[in-house]
Design a protein around this ligand. Structure first.
Ligand code: 5GP
Length: 134
């Protein structure tokens, strides 16, 4: 296992690192949605959040909480999205757990996802299936 992010951690390829500690690293996304788009990555390489340890995920969110205000301040953003993609259908392209911090600007054109309406019966049925699957 050596993802492109592990190569960044090992300094085999360069990145604009903005935070690092023993367990976590954060660097600018090479193709940002907006300036300041940052990836927060556990050094322990796992393919996605379901495979990472609870401790790593706690640490990821600690770093997100630390970095997000600094990113917002640095680029003068109005807000930010935090997102992690899991699986091909979600758009995940790098199989190494990471959270995106994407600075957002009012009217920046990056519209949120389209929501649909769903009947009460259909919502009930999905909720029941999820609880049964737990
Ligand atoms: P995903 O699509 O897996 O949720 O996100 C992967 C992200 O990694 C993408 O936004 C992509 O632009 C970024 N990325 C891919 N390769 C590199 C790289 O070599 N360096 C950096 N800094 N970002 C990368």
């Amino acid at each position: 296992m050596s993802s492109i992010f592990s190569k960044i951690i090992a300094r085999e390829i360069p990145a604009r690192i903005v935070y690092e500690d023993d367990h976590m690293i954060a660097f600018l996304d090479i193709n940002p949605v907006n300036p300041g788009h940052t990836l927060v990555v556990p050094k322990n390489e796992q393919p996605n959040v379901l495979e990472s340890s609870e401790e790593d995920l706690v640490q990821v969110l600690r770093v997100v909480r630390l970095l997000a205000p600094a990113i917002v301040k640095a680029v003068g953003a109005d807000g930010f999205n935090t997102v992690t993609n899991t699986g091909e259908a979600s758009g995940q392209s790098v199989p190494h757990t990471h959270f995106h911090i994407i600075p957002r600007f009012l009217n920046d054109g990056h519209m949120p996802w389209a929501h649909a309406s769903m009947s009460a019966e259909a919502l009930d049925a999905v909720a029941t299936k999820i609880k049964q699957a737990l």
